[in-house]
Design a protein around this ligand. Structure first.
Ligand SMILES: [Zn+2]
Length: 250
């Protein structure tokens, strides 16, 4: 006899229902998360959100799969080298959990194009390495009041905070004026480190959506994956921030 869909879902998520409760699981099912960037960090976050039963994922990342991607981008595989990254990722996520609705954009984050994607999401995960895209995403989140999990890494170091527009510092409060040095191509990264960062981002999203635990809103968390040391510091808004401050817009 065929099981009703609801029973199948209870069975599928049985092991986490004991942690999140049925109300938490329902909140996940009703939530839409935009993951900007599906590389080593964002791809891992998307994978665990799909596994957890998120209702809808909106993904954005431009380009094709290249060999140097494969040390960390676990949604991609050798058989798809040279093919579009986004369609490969969607197929992989659908294999993991066919119940998740996925909207994918083979595109960079640019303000006008990406604003409707952010507007239809309850939460954004910023998993881009490219600072122009990260600033554009931050600006959209500030303008639309959308919370954003800001996850980043450099070398073995991971940082994570959750930006709540109007309440916590935004990306430009943290990195004003001086655009941090970044290497668009060939930045050093180990897959296990980006995977931890992606898991932290997925966990933060689950906590925000289910209201289980405490988020890192207003707190910067740093994790060194070489010696496993961690520390957290409270961070404050910059009243003169060009993006969210009184001199900025809005
Ligand atoms: Zn700001």
């Amino acid at each position: 006899m065929e099981q009703p869909a609801v029973d199948l879902e209870l069975e599928r998520y049985a092991r986490q229902l004991r942690l999140l409760g049925e109300s938490g699981q329902r909140a996940l099912k009703e939530a839409t998360v935009m993951v900007a960037g599906i590389g080593g960090l964002g791809g891992t976050a998307a994978l665990y959100l799909a596994a957890a039963g998120i209702g809808k994922l909106i993904l954005a990342h431009e380009g094709v799969i290249m060999k140097p991607d494969l040390n960390r981008q676990i949604l991609m595989d050798t058989g798809h080298l040279g093919m579009e990254r986004m369609s490969t990722a969607i197929a992989q996520l659908k294999r993991l959990n066919p119940q998740v609705v996925i909207e994918g954009h083979n595109a960079r984050i640019e303000y006008d194009a990406a604003k409707p994607w952010v507007e239809s999401a309850d939460l954004v995960i910023d998993a881009r390495y490219d600072f122009p895209e990260r600033y554009a995403l931050n600006r959209i989140c500030v303008d639309t009041g959308t919370p954003m999990v800001e996850a980043a890494m450099y070398g073995f170091e991971i940082s994570l905070t959750t930006i709540v527009p109007g309440q916590t510092p935004c990306l430009e409060c943290l990195y004003p004026d001086v655009r941090p040095q970044w290497e668009p191509f060939g930045f050093p990264v180990l897959g296990a480190t980006s995977g931890i960062a992606g898991c932290l981002a997925a966990l933060e999203a689950v906590k925000w959506i289910t209201r289980v635990g405490t988020t890192y809103a207003g707190v910067m968390h740093r994790f060194n994956s070489l010696d496993f040391s961690t520390y957290s510091v409270n961070i404050t808004r910059n009243p003169n921030c060009a993006c969210c401050g009184e001199g900025g817009t809005p």
